[in-house]
Design a protein around this ligand. Structure first.
Ligand SMILES: NC(=O)c1ccc[n+]([C@@H]2O[C@H](COP(=O)([O-])OP(=O)(O)OC[C@H]3O[C@@H](n4cnc5c(N)ncnc54)[C@H](OP(=O)(O)O)[C@@H]3O)[C@@H](O)[C@H]2O)c1
Length: 237
């Protein structure tokens, strides 16, 4: 097991924080599956990373699509037969930023956000946790946000906030299920990062945003389990 190359799947790996996570994991010696919902964007991202001779393959995966997740599971089974690291990074922020109250939130936007940010990770965990159980090794990293903290009482972004709170809850539930194994499931906030989602005014680079995610993905057996992290420190739910 120690000598085996670790296989990592990163959702939403074609740009932003996910792209940098793919680079970080490959640089650390993992075989990385860079997954994204568009064929073209995935193959462009893989081409770019391959210029640095990294071990990266592309996979078209829309986390909202049951058939697409089933295909991903088949792909991993046939190509590697194992999966050590799952980074649930794909995410959307669909709320109207001018809508500050729950009464005026667009329920369709909330529902669509949940599909990607909550049901997506749930589908992926259901597909790949059995592999981790079989090999008694797994690292699941759920990319969340401090905007999902129950202690964050700022208004607005109803869909995004509730989706990340739900993802945090899922993190704890998976932790409960795997406590007696060598599988770790943690949530992490990358901070405010300059990406299409974070916008140009954000204070962090994608490299900085990816740091804690990669750290959790590569943690040893004495690593924390069932926690929520930012900058490698535990933060409240
Ligand atoms: N940026 C920040 O400040 C910040 C702060 C806290 C947390 N986060 C979290 O960090 C994660 C990455 O965000 P980011 O800033 O890197 O955002 P981003 O640049 O907008 O990238 C999001 C990625 O998710 C993919 N994606 C969206 N819907 C998908 C779906 N249905 N199936 C598969 N992939 C899908 C996108 O694919 P396409 O290219 O096809 O759209 C893209 O690759 C998200 O979970 C986000 O909530 C970000």
């Amino acid at each position: 097991m120690a000598k085996q190359k670790k296989v990592a799947l990163v959702t939403g790996g074609n740009k932003g924080i996910g792209y940098e996570v793919c680079r970080g994991l490959a640089k650390a010696g993992c075989s990385v599956i860079l997954a994204g919902r568009s064929d073209q964007r995935v193959s462009d991202a893989v081409k770019k990373l391959k210029r640095s001779k990294l071990d990266i393959v592309g996979l078209t995966l829309d986390v909202t699509d049951v058939a697409s997740v089933a295909f991903a599971e088949k792909f991993v089974r046939r190509t590697y037969g194992r999966l050590h690291i799952l980074v649930n990074n794909a995410g959307v922020l669909l709320d109207n930023q001018n809508t500050k109250t729950v009464e005026t939130a667009d329920i369709e936007a909330v529902r669509a956000t949940m599909e990607t940010n909550f049901y997506g990770p749930l589908r992926l965990i259901q597909a790949f946790l059995p592999y981790m159980r079989e090999q008694n090794y797994g690292r699941i990293v759920n990319v969340s946000s401090t905007m999902g903290q129950l202690t964050d009482s700022r208004p607005g972004y109803v869909g995004y906030r509730t989706s990340k709170t739900a993802l945090n809850s899922l993190t704890r539930l998976v932790f409960n299920d795997v406590q007696d194994t060598n599988i770790r499931c943690n949530a992490v906030c990358p901070g405010w990062v300059r990406t299409d989602m974070g916008g140009p005014d954000a204070d962090r680079t994608t490299k900085k945003g990816a740091e804690s995610i990669v750290w959790l993905a590569l943690m040893g057996n004495d690593s924390p389990n069932g926690g929520f992290f930012k900058d490698k420190k535990e933060i409240p739910w």
